[in-house]
Design a protein around this ligand. Structure first.
Ligand code: C5P
Length: 398
């Protein structure tokens, strides 16, 4: 099954005859939920019409290193940050050669150099060009840099020769990309994640809540599931869907969240408290709508909510417990305090005063802090941040 929902794929098309297959490839990505942006090299335009690709992708095609429409005129940096994965299909011998040298003299090569997204290459060339010693040396150089190769396949070639060098079929390329989002290093692990805000009722129509969108927690649930874990996600009210296969438990208030956690916590290996749990709830719930009076002021008494993360750390002594810390100032110092106060194995902190990251944004930039080290994950999509957080949890697993 190809599952690519919400994945951001940057497709780079170079000048080979197999470029005629790229509208079909784009259609498969789109049909399976991906958002596709396309870079075309000059020569690729001889093989496939940019307008067809614009129509199937639903996005304008990018060609030039200097993009006047891009914010700050640096289209390559924006695309580099946007992509979850970069695919070059078809990729010519010339492009493989230029990439192996680290060139940056056109949009495609500059984006690749500026991005830390996973890079996939689907080569397409004549059998002799593929087998050439220099091409194979270039491929080796790229593989050492963790570039992934899809194909090439063997068979009849457009030039009449037969052998290795055909671009893999679009369906197989899409399958390989989808597979790259899954792995097995969390096989057999049970992970419990909290996400979203909580909603603390004042009366039947009013409540206290916050801006959490749930995106970070849902991204962690998806990434953990794709890494092989059994995932329970306890979520406050949000407007996004959980990844198919993740066990979703919807709650409203912090009290309900705690009750649900108590029923799930046995046998859990890793707890990740990502929810923005309201610190306080109204002391008394009024069960009919509070009437407006002539008074200019009114007050609501608040009572502290249970600390769910603390409950998890107290009840999962020999397991891994991870918290989040959203702050507007002194973010690192505050996170360190929480790490020790709540006796956590790791805390992920971000600066919620920056609206381009954190609450409701699709991107995040975080610091990972443990007792032993501190690491910054630069701004990228929440899915990529989630993958990296989980990779950092892996060494904590015995
Ligand atoms: O202490 P503070 O609320 O800033 O800590 C944030 C961390 O604690 C987050 O991981 C959040 O999910 C968790 N938390 C919780 N229950 C609360 C308050 C925060 O689980 N009542």
């Amino acid at each position: 099954m190809i599952r690519l929902s919400n994945k951001k794929i940057l497709l780079c098309i170079t000048g080979g005859i197999a470029a005629y297959k790229t509208p079909e490839l784009t259609r498969i990505f789109k049909k399976n939920g991906a958002d596709v942006r396309i870079i075309m090299t000059e020569s690729s335009k001889e093989f496939v019409a940019p307008l067809s690709l614009q129509a199937v992708s639903g996005n304008q095609i990018h060609y030039s290193l200097i993009d006047e429409e891009a914010e700050l005129g640096m289209g390559h940096i924006e695309l580099a940050k946007w992509a979850d994965v970069i695919l070059i299909a078809p990729c010519t011998a010339e492009s493989i050669s230029r990439l192996s040298q680290g060139r940056a003299n056109d949009l495609m090569s500059a984006v690749i150099l500026a991005s830390d997204a996973d890079l996939f290459i689907a080569p397409a060339m004549n059998v002799k060009m593929w087998g050439d010693k220099v091409t194979q040396k270039n491929v080796k150089t790229l593989k050492i840099k963790n570039v992934n190769f899809i194909g090439p396949d063997s068979g009849d070639q457009a030039c009449g020769d037969v052998g290795e060098g055909r671009m893999s079929e679009p369906q197989d390329i899409a399958f390989a990309i989808a597979k790259s989002f899954s792995s097995s290093y969390l096989n057999g692990m049970r992970i419990l994640i909290t996400a979203g805000p909580t909603k603390e009722a004042i009366d039947p129509v009013r409540y206290l809540t916050n801006n959490s969108s749930g995106k970070m927690g849902y991204a962690l649930a998806e990434s953990a599931f794709l890494a092989g874990a059994q995932v329970d996600l306890v979520s406050g009210p949000v407007s996004i869907n959980a990844y198919e296969g993740v066990n979703l438990h919807k709650i409203n208030s912090a009290d309900e969240m705690l009750e649900k956690i108590k029923t799930l916590i046995n046998g859990i290996d890793i707890f990740i408290g990502c929810a923005a749990v309201a610190d306080f709830k109204p002391t008394n719930y009024i069960d009919s709508k509070i009437k407006k009076t002539d008074e200019n002021n009114m007050s609501i008494n608040l009572t502290k909510n249970p600390d769910i993360l603390k409950y998890a750390s107290e009840n999962m002594k020999d397991k891994i417990v991870i918290g989040f810390s959203a702050e507007t100032d002194n973010i690192i110092e505050n996170a360190r305090l929480k790490l020790s106060k709540k006796d956590l194995d790791m805390i992920i902190c971000n600066d919620v005063s920056d609206s381009s990251i954190g609450f409701d944004s699709d991107n995040n930039e975080v610091h990972i802090i443990t007792k032993d080290y501190e690491k910054k994950l630069h701004k990228k999509s929440k899915i990529r941040i989630a993958k990296e957080i989980l990779k950092n949890i892996e060494p904590l697993i015995n």
